[in-house]
Design a protein around this ligand. Structure first.
Ligand SMILES: [Mg+2]
Length: 322
């Protein structure tokens, strides 16, 4: 029996990814000097942005979670229908076009490459060609973790489908490599694999698509294991680009493998793409430690927490975890 159980790992990954997104949301475009001036020497320690809608007050997430939810909903339907890769990608393409035209709860600073890909898909460009050839932002890796949960027992498919899905919006090899690593890493975290094996497999997955991405991940892992200060690492890894984002995720997984709060806050307290870094860290560490590792106040304060929780519970248990 897997401990924590697979269901709790899926809830941990989905909810912590969204919590990280919401924690980082108010500081996505802020420098560390700005963050410390606003929140004190420890930086951000809790949600700092709330919206009220229909009488409910919540911490809003961003486009990262909107698109990841679209991927997860599509993958669950696709798996239930027994679809092949092409049908699944067409299903995700329809979900992305719908999101671009009418994002649930309003637009949240979506990336240009995501929007350009969606416009191409809406014009009828085939999914494998819709993403820009040099689109290498973090817009596809931030929504790649669901492949590792839905295909937790099939690493080859998790990787191949995550890579394919990047092509809808991001066709640069650095984005493909980052998606491969994120899907494989999430799957191994959700399997309860040892940390070292998980990091090895993430780096190997990136290597299959772009060796320079693997090199950046190796350096980030060494920095985490060698005690290099987070400020130093995140000053270099701003994570607007996919290779920096996955290297930042490796740093946080290696530094805080069993402390979800620490991983989330370290991801949010960064001068770069704070919401995306924290969402990647949340998915990986959340899949390792399960939902019990997520502070209740963050889970309860999150936008649409109940809906995301219910969605996570729909992910089918792999046979060996039952
Ligand atoms: Mg975002």
């Amino acid at each position: 029996m897997l401990t924590p159980p697979f269901d709790a790992r899926c809830q941990g990954a989905v909810l912590a990814a969204a919590v990280g997104d919401a924690l980082g949301h108010p500081v996505e475009f802020a420098s560390m000097a700005d963050i410390r001036a606003r929140f004190g020497p420890a930086g951000l320690t809790d949600y700092a942005l709330f919206w009220t809608r229909d009488g409910e007050r919540f911490a809003p997430y961003t486009d990262d979670t909107q698109m990841a939810e679209a991927v997860l909903v599509s993958l669950l339907a696709s798996r239930a229908a027994g679809e092949d890769l092409d049908a699944a990608m067409q299903r995700i393409a329809r979900a992305f076009v719908a999101w671009a035209q009418d994002p649930q709860g309003g637009h949240r600073a979506p990336g240009n490459a995501c929007l350009a890909g969606c416009r191409a898909l809406a014009r009828g460009v085939p999914w494998a060609e819709a993403g820009g050839a040099t689109a290498g932002g973090c817009g596809s890796v931030m929504r790649a973790y669901p492949f590792g949960l839905v295909f937790v027992d099939d690493l080859a498919r998790a990787e191949a489908w995550a890579v394919a899905h990047s092509r809808l919006t991001h066709n640069d090899p650095i984005a493909l490599a980052a998606c491969a690593a994120m899907a494989v890493g999430t799957a191994l975290c959700a399997q309860g694999a040892p940390l070292g094996d998980t990091l090895d497999a993430m780096i190997a997955a990136a290597q299959r698509h772009d060796p320079k991405v693997a090199q950046m991940m190796i350096r980030a892992r060494q920095e985490a294991e060698g005690g290099v200060a987070a400020d130093t690492v995140f000053d270099r890894l701003r994570a607007w680009a996919a290779h920096e984002a996955i290297a930042a995720a490796v740093f946080l997984l290696a530094r805080h493998p069993d402390d979800l709060s620490a991983a989330l806050l370290a991801g949010a307290n960064t001068p770069g793409d704070s919401d995306s870094i924290a969402t990647l860290a949340g998915a990986l560490v959340g899949a390792r430690v399960g939902v019990a590792g997520l502070p209740a106040r963050w889970r309860e304060g999150l936008e649409r927490a109940a809906a995301l929780d219910a969605l996570a519970r729909q992910i089918p248990n792999p046979p060996q975890a039952a």
